[in-house]
Design a protein around this ligand. Structure first.
Ligand SMILES: Cc1ncc(COP(=O)(O)O)c(C=O)c1O
Length: 369
């Protein structure tokens, strides 16, 4: 497999810089804050049996996850070690060399790289820069289909642009897929971080031949749990992914499953907290982008914790990001890690210390650090 450019970049800097301004997860919390959500929680954790749990995920957690869905029950939920294991397991088990796959682009690299490395043809379905942010041409999807297209990969809310599909768009994609017997893998790890007041469904509720990917890492701000899941009404896809788990993690960590179920019992509260942090940070950044209008195109996110901003005048984002790290200890994420145009960079809005980090970038731009 090719180098994972984004993860390589973070590995190099994430734990050594002083100001993280590009993270895609929301504000996290210590274990005791999570345990304080319920009076019996701490005692329950201490008494937890540390044997293997079910390959599918412990029943209590799957029951809790299933409550998020309209049409998927606990037997249609398969718990994984984070979202990444599920992406890998699905792509490896579902695709064969020579299959064709269409993916929303730019994309988190594993969403196309695992397939490409398995010998599949992969075609980007591009989000494009519009005058007021990111735009997607739904009609373009049908034109990208080939006789051997087996899979469409969508990510909504989207990393890195903050683009968000409406339910009508998801249904439209499902209709196209249904007509041609194509499967859909929908990465919804940022689900719950929409603020347009519209309903946003899981793809596996809208389409019977889809896998929806969810996770504790992003919207709930608990990546250290390493708990993700898929939901699907397709038994064949479910069983294939379950068999892959025998070769990867077998089952998840029992304490993590316990804590994930606890967090999900208070999921609405956690999501509300995180949406409000993001919204307040997006509002805070307006002044910054107005002050530096000659330098950046803002591209305000429509939802989710990240935005893909653009440097004006074709400036190279990689050099800009490196300099910001070196001189100010501010970590941005250059667009090249998404194998896209060189003048984009990602910022993350999900953390409480966002204003402080943005002020640091501001000071750097003014030559004050
Ligand atoms: C779109 C998307 N999918 C999957 C993942 C992987 O998530 P996890 O850390 O839970 O494995 C990420 C992480 O950044 C992501 O942005």
């Amino acid at each position: 497999m090719k180098r994972f450019l984004l993860e390589d970049y973070y590995e190099k800097y994430e734990f050594s810089v002083s100001h993280l301004l590009s993270q895609s997860d929301c504000e996290s919390m210590p274990v005791d804050e999570l345990l304080a959500l319920e009076p019996e929680a701490e005692e329950g954790l201490k008494k937890l049996w540390l044997g293997y749990t079910e390959v599918k995920g412990c029943p209590r957690l799957r029951e809790r996850i299933a409550l998020l869905y309209q049409k998927c029950g606990p037997e249609q939920i398969l718990v994984h070690a984070g979202a990444e294991e599920a992406i890998y397991g699905f792509m490896q088990s579902f695709l064969q060399p020579g299959d064709h796959m269409i993916y929303l682009s730019p994309a988190y690299q594993s969403l196309y790289e695992v397939a490409a490395s398995a010998g599949c043809q992969v075609t980007p379905w591009p989000l494009r820069q519009g005058p007021n942010g990111w735009m997607l041409d739904m009609d373009e999807l049908a034109g990208l289909l080939r006789p051997n297209t087996k899979l469409i990969v969508i990510n909504t809310p989207h990393n890195p642009t903050g683009y968000c599909f409406s339910d009508a768009q998801l249904e439209y994609a499902a209709d196209i897929a249904r007509q041609r017997g194509i499967f859909v893998f929908c990465d919804q790890v940022y689900k719950g971080l929409e603020w347009d007041g519209q309903p946003h469904s899981w793809m596996s509720d809208l389409y019977e031949n889809a896998v929806s990917l969810g996770v504790m890492s992003k919207a709930y701000g608990l990546p250290g749990l390493r708990i993700g899941w898929i939901a699907t009404r397709c038994r064949k896809a479910y069983d294939m992914m379950k068999k892959m788990k025998y070769y990867t993690t077998i089952c998840c960590s029992a304490p993590s499953e316990y804590l994930a179920a606890l967090a999900l019992r208070h999921g609405e509260k956690l999501l509300e907290r995180n949406v409000s942090i993001i919204q307040s940070n997006v509002a805070y950044a307006q002044g910054f982008f107005e002050r530096h209008d000659t330098l950046f195109v803002n591209n305000v996110p429509a939802s989710g914790p990240v935005a893909f901003h653009r440097l004006r005048n074709g400036m190279d984002a990689a050099a800009f990001c490196e300099d910001a790290i070196k001189k100010a200890g501010v970590l941005l994420l250059p667009g090249y890690v998404y194998e896209t145009d060189k003048d984009y960079f990602r910022m993350g809005y999900g953390r409480r210390n966002f204003p402080e980090c943005l002020n640091r970038l501001d000071a750097y731009l003014k030559g004050q650090v």
